[in-house]
Design a protein. Structure first.
Lengths: 616, 126
């Protein structure tokens, strides 16, 4: 492992570590919690880790102080911000791209909006266009009042954009470096932080992924943690569209040294639909468990706990419906819900409407809500979709048996139904209510399930998860020189043909521009993919490589009528055809259409299997 | 439109290339004392406007291979968005016309273009 000390035995490799978020909100959820916790766990393992942010915030000092006091941020974890960093450094020491003159802004702009830092000094002046939302320019100031950074988007008199200019300025007012895209500025900072040493950037925020994905340096690896289902709304893994926030990540997955899934099940679903690649990994979130199983006598009989944001994804309304059913049979059972969110008023209204004021209580945001699982007899999880629900891990780690919907993803990876909790079908309110009643009626059952829950949560301890991170990072680092960095990866269909027995075939060219890595033409391969429109895994059929050359593979693929129908469920009446390109870190699928540009006449078969043409 | 007669055509392959040409290959069945010429005819579904494209005939053992490459970009069936493809054979016995089809006894998945111009397959009889 050149440039990095060889390590073994599950220890994190000796390199610089950074967790990447966009920012740290005042009331954050599971993703930020886990990112901060992971940074702390890496630090405790001897690898001090900084958390990187890119939001325009004058200071993180009070946030850091609060988080440290709450135990959410360890003492040796720094929170770094790109603007705060360049506010503090001597700009003359920054060897960035040479600045050029910024064109005059001839567009209209209003009076500046001013933000102050915690000491009352001006931090930014922001000039907006007349629409009130478009930023014309933002000026950043040091505590001494000198300007250190200017982000400008000048326009011509008719509103035409003249580009974007991000300029670093020294304390004499002279520009010292300039970038033309914000992402380039952010990546310059990240490269400076790595300082030429082996470095790993672990990205938790999908929003920040856009900044990190294009970062390419031989001393840097980039890993993206997928905190939620890759399918929008946690839908069917073979039918659903990619989740909006994650779509750019998966469409350019080759940019990453690692895409890290939190659960085995999610990765399996992903691979069954899209295929596999060398940069796919599985590492669960670490979750500290109580050092010993909390005494069952300390649990309040009939008390349940939920800890989650009050947002649509968490589906708390169904938890209330579960409790409405429970209440009819066991009016003494209570559910305490910790967390806040946009649905709070709506949910309270529902509680009141159902007459559950005594049975369900919204407590709002509560520091260290996880401790509530130590005194509860059950926990409830009714989310629509997750990556790996934090509250479920917290419940297990404190010996509190969960009743959870079997959603994508998380519950089925950690709950063995009837052994360490209960798993019920998603949206099955009656089944969830039944399991809650069973836990509240039967102390022996609750005690037994809680004990197993705590014992089995060992595999999510910091030590266990750090071992998996160590293996993942070592593999990603070892593989980095084999990573294919390609742009403009595309497929051009040359010919589509049908055989009278119902088979079909294609020929065409896979093309790309290679930026680094071993010669892609020696590594890339392709499959013709037959995907089922109404569900079920697609079938993959290898394509023949007809020609190889730099930036081009000529391929042909053919499937018979028999192959097309293999494994297709009876309820599937339609199939879609794709081409999957894969090799090393490359995994990309192209929908197969018709050769040539449209609209044009396309051959098709009528219902009577006659050849016709359609103008599409 | 003349009725299909005893002449026939057995499709072996059809496709479309990047120039937008429809390619057709199959075997012609003379069905009579001889076959002098053959063509593929594209008929606008509503307008019934016909465009004819000569087929290349090539003896292949006991059989006669017929093929054509039809430039669909030049297809003139104004006002139509659907058109049907026929094989026409001409010989001493006159002209016969038959619809070009998949092998109906075995083909179960039939191709069609989606509204976005992508290729999909539909189960026959669904």
């Amino acid at each position: 492992m050149s440039g990095m000390q060889e390590v073994g035995g599950g220890r994190l490799p000796d390199m610089k570590y950074f967790m990447v978020l966009w920012g740290i909100a005042d009331n954050f959820g599971g993703m930020t919690t886990m990112s901060l916790h992971r940074a702390g766990a890496f630090g405790e393992a001897g690898r001090p880790t900084a958390v990187l942010t890119f939001d325009i915030k004058p200071s993180y000092a009070s946030t850091v102080e609060r988080l440290r006091s709450q135990g959410k941020l360890s003492g040796d974890t720094e929170v770094l911000n790109v603007f705060q960093h360049y506010r503090a450094v001597d700009a003359r020491t920054v060897a960035g791209p040479k600045p050029a003159d910024v064109p005059a802004d001839e567009g209209q702009r209003g009076l500046p909006e001013v933000t102050l830092d915690t000491a009352g000094n001006i931090y930014t002046r922001t000039f907006l266009r007349p629409d009130g939302t478009t930023v014309a320019a933002r000026h950043f100031y040091r505590p001494d009042g000198t300007e250190f950074f200017r982000d400008e988007a000048p326009q011509s008199g008719n509103g035409a954009a003249k580009g974007r200019f991000l300029t670093l300025i020294d304390d004499s007012g002279s520009p010292v470096a300039q970038w033309r895209r914000a992402g380039d500025f952010y990546r310059f900072w990240m490269t400076e932080l790595a300082a030429g040493q082996p470095a790993a950037f672990i990205v938790d925020s999908s929003f920040a992924s856009k900044v990190v994905a294009p970062l390419e340096a031989s001393n840097i690896i980039k890993l993206m943690v997928l905190h939620n289902s890759h399918i929008g709304g946690g839908g069917d893994p073979f039918l659903g569209k990619l989740a909006t926030g994650q779509k750019p990540i998966h469409e350019n997955s080759l940019a990453w040294d690692g895409l890290v899934f939190l659960t085995r099940k999610q990765r399996e679903d992903y691979e069954a639909r899209f295929g596999t690649a060398t940069n796919l990994f599985t590492v669960p979130n670490p979750k500290p468990r109580s050092s010993k199983l909390p005494d069952f006598a300390g649990r309040v009989p009939g008390r349940g706990v939920m800890a989650c944001r009050l947002e649509p994804q968490k589906n708390v309304a169904q938890a209330i419906e579960v409790m409405a059913r429970v209440y009819q049979q066991r009016p003494h059972v209570r559910l305490d819900i910790y967390g806040t969110g946009s649905l709070r008023d709506e949910l309270q209204e529902k509680i009141d409407l159902l007459g559950l004021g005594e049975a369900v209580r919204l407590h709002g945001h509560t520091p260290n809500a996880a401790a509530q699982f130590e005194t509860a007899s059950f926990s409830l999880l009714t989310s629509r979709n997750e990556g790996q629900p934090l509250s479920l891990m917290e419940s297990l780690g404190r010996g509190c048996p969960p009743v959870a919907y079997d959603i994508r993803y998380g519950p089925s990876d950690v709950i063995e139904d009837g052994l360490n909790g209960f798993l019920v079908p998603a949206r099955d309110v009656a089944a969830a209510a039944d399991r809650v009643i069973r836990l509240c009626d039967d102390d022996d059952l609750a005690r037994r399930l809680g004990a197993v829950a705590w014992e089995r949560s060992e595999r999510f301890s910091d030590a266990a998860v750090l071992q998996q991170w160590a293996a993942t990072i070592e593999t990603a680092w070892r593989q980095r020189t084999e990573r294919l960095v390609l742009v403009e990866l595309d497929f051009r269909l040359e010919e589509l043909f049908y055989t009278p027995a119902g088979g079909l075939g294609i020929t065409g060219d896979i093309t790309w521009v290679q930026q680094s890595g071993p010669a892609a033409e020696g590594l890339l391969r392709a499959n013709l993919v037959v995907a089922q429109r109404t569900g079920g895994a697609p079938a993959f059929f290898p394509a023949e490589i007809e020609a190889r050359g730099p930036g081009r593979l000529g391929i042909s693929a053919e499937v018979t009528e028999h192959q097309i129908g293999l494994g297709v469920r009876d309820d599937n009446a339609e199939l879609d055809i794709l081409l999957q390109v894969y090799g090393n870190n490359v995994l990309k699928s192209f929908r197969i259409g018709f050769p040539g540009s449209g609209p044009s006449w396309r051959p098709y078969a009528t219902a009577h299997a006659s050849l016709s043409l359609k103008l599409v | 439109m003349p009725a299909a007669s005893s002449g026939g055509f057995t499709l072996t392959k059809t496709g479309i290339n990047s120039a937008g040409d429809l390619t057709l290959t199959g075997f012609a069945s003379p069905g009579g004392p001889g076959l002098d010429a053959a063509a593929f005819v594209i008929v606008g579904r509503n307008s019934q406007v016909e465009s004819e494209f000569p087929a290349l005939l090539d003896p292949a053992g006991q059989r006669l291979e017929a093929s054509a490459c039809i430039p669909l970009r030049a297809l003139d069936v104004a006002g139509d968005s659907l058109a049907d493809v026929y094989f026409v054979s001409r010989g001493p016995g006159g002209e016969s016309r038959t619809r070009v089809t998949w092998d109906r006894s075995v083909a179960r998945w039939l191709p069609y273009p989606t509204k976005f111009g992508n290729l999909s397959l539909k189960r026959k009889d669904s």
